[in-house]
Design a protein around this ligand. Structure first.
Ligand code: GRF
Length: 208
């Protein structure tokens, strides 16, 4: 097998960063052949920034209010990602819509994770919405990002049964556990070159 250069990830966060941590851990244990090159947050005190620092990864807070237009802000995100040689942008609890400036700078190379089985229950409250709806199966989705929130070709999904005695809290815990396994696996499909996008369909083909 030909040695590949390890994929460099730019992870965008807004919060606690448990998915970021799962990615850092998978990178460290060798199950993910990619490295987190930089973490960018739009929230100054996001705990994910601290997780990055503890792992020796550059952690950058970018204040939306310090930039005039959304395009200027997105341009700064692109500059930071490029400065760190990022090949794949990974949104992990990034709670802003990513502008076309970033999507155009990294065509087909931006991922998002959403804690529901898309296209059901998009938006900021996917788990609560699915639970309130009374679904019997809930899940998470990793997808390529597009200019529309929680849209774009699906790379991977994982699901859990909603048990009779599940509460919103227990369902959240189950889904986050699925996320933490699924996101590194989905990123590895890209790192290994086995993900092929064909329109809306993403085919996972064996490594060559
Ligand atoms: C996750 O549930 C993710 O699916 C959603 O935001 C949450 C982020 O959690 N987009 P964390 O910051 O990774 O802990």
């Amino acid at each position: 097998m030909v040695a590949r250069e390890r994929l460099r990830l730019g992870v965008l966060i807004s919060g606690s960063g448990t998915n970021l941590q799962a990615i850092i851990d998978a990178s460290a244990d060798g199950s993910l052949e990619a490295d987190v090159a930089v973490v960018v947050s739009n929230v100054a005190d996001a705990f994910g920034l601290e997780r990055a620092r503890r792992a020796g990864i550059p952690a950058v807070f970018l204040d939306r209010d310090a930039f005039g237009t959304g395009a200027e802000y997105s341009g700064e995100i692109v500059r930071v990602l490029r400065e760190h040689g990022v090949g794949l942008v990974v949104m992990a609890g990034y709670m802003r819509l990513l502008g076309s400036v970033v999507l155009d700078a990294f065509p087909g190379a931006v991922l998002n994770i959403h804690p529901a089985l898309l296209p059901s229950f998009p938006g900021a409250h996917g788990i609560a919405d699915a639970f309130a709806y009374g679904v019997k199966v809930a899940g998470v989705t990793v997808h390529f990002a597009s200019a529309v929130f929680d849209e774009g070709p699906i790379l991977a999904q994982g699901c859990v049964e909603v048990a009779e005695d599940d509460t919103l809290e227990t369902l959240e815990a189950k889904l986050h556990a699925v996320e933490h396994k699924l996101y590194p696996l989905a990123i590895q499909a890209i790192a290994s070159g086995s993900a092929r996008v064909d329109g809306r369909k993403v085919h996972i083909v064996p490594e060559v």
